[in-house]
Design a protein around this ligand. Structure first.
Ligand code: PLP
Ligand code: CA
Length: 302
């Protein structure tokens, strides 16, 4: 939205925020968990919100798992969250293809891990590629030409720890040579926190390779693009002004909420520190910020 704020406010009265919306969208990494570790107080906070009748939705840009695999992760962490409440960018890619009636006789070339393959399969789409594709050095003899499937109508790119040059060339051929071939990115996160020891190249690095070779910009289905927000609003019949987006990252989560016209809450339990939020170089200001979502349990009006 165009409204500009001078600064983000520390959350003082959680009840007021909770009463002002009917749905909370929670980002996952940095809000619910950090890697495989549950963040303090999350189960109690989610229980409290449910007991107050709030709809809870979980949106992650991490495309490596399907919503079913995330369902298991929530369960393992002792959280009472169903698959249907989870919207990963892997699911978003399949949902997007469904939304445009992508032809079932066409194929999807996947640069990414298992989550995307599982979601495409569940949605009934034919695909090729995936983690195991390519992997050997391409030997170039005179006249050598890489064949590609002319029936590929979409290339979906997400985070891929098996990324290689074969995949770049294959995806590039599909996008450049198949008429009308779509170029879809699950997300463009620049870096991600695979371990707490350093920042790791994120999904944006794989997407950038294909953008670089094709000179095309992808259609992004994950945060901060509006696709998932529109999808959720229409699926649940909710007004975006009745949503609070809660996340730890400014350029994905908070922007996602703002692009959707939602209320936004930044939590400092993930990758953004208070000094990053308040830095003069940051222009993305949430409505509120607080340390962690369990602050909802203690921040009462005085
Ligand atoms: N992409 C990858 C590969 C990740 O590992 C993560 C976080 O773990 C993310 C994206 C960001 O996930 P989220 O949107 O839940 O913060
Ligand atoms: Ca996050």
């Amino acid at each position: 939205r165009m409204e500009t704020r001078a600064s983000a406010l520390p959350l003082k009265n959680a009840d007021e925020l909770i009463d002002s919306v009917e749905t909370f969208i929670f980002d996952c990494d940095g809000v619910i968990w950090k890697g495989d570790k549950l963040i303090d107080g999350v189960p109690q906070t989610l229980d409290m919100l449910r007991s107050r009748g709030k709809r809870l939705v979980f949106v992650t840009n991490n495309s490596t798992k399907s919503r079913k695999q995330y369902g298991k992760k929530f369960e393992t962490l002792g959280l009472n969250v169903s698959e249907e409440e989870i919207f990963a960018s892997s699911f978003a890619a399949a949902a997007y293809l469904k939304s445009i009636n992508f032809p079932k006789e066409k194929k999807v070339y996947v640069i990414g891990e298992d989550g995307i393959l599982k979601e495409l399969e569940l949605a009934g789409f034919q695909y090729l590629g995936g983690p195991e594709d390519g992997g050997k050095k391409i030997e170039l003899k005179p006249g050598f030409l890489m064949e590609h499937d002319k029936n590929v109508g979409a290339v979906v790119v997400g985070f891929d720890r098996y990324f290689n040059y074969y995949k770049v060339q294959y995806g590039t051929l599909c996008v450049r040579e198949n008429p009308g071939c779509l170029f879809i990115a699950t997300n463009r996160d620049a870096v991600t926190h695979l371990t707490d020891a350093q920042e790791w190249a994120g999904g944006g690095s794989m997407v950038g390779a294909i953008a670089g070779s094709t000179q095309r910009e992808p259609l992004v289905v994950g945060k901060p693009s509006t696709f998932m927000m529109d999808y959720l609003a229409s699926k649940f019949g909710i007004l975006k002004s009745q949503i609070c987006m809660v996340g730890d990252r400014l350029d994905t989560d908070i922007l996602f909420g703002q692009n959707g016209g939602c209320k936004t809450l930044l939590v400092l339990s993930g990758v953004t520190s208070l000094s990053m939020l308040q830095s003069p170089s940051n222009s993305i200001l949430p409505d509120f910020y607080t340390n962690k979502i369990s602050d909802f349990l203690s921040l009462k009006a005085t």
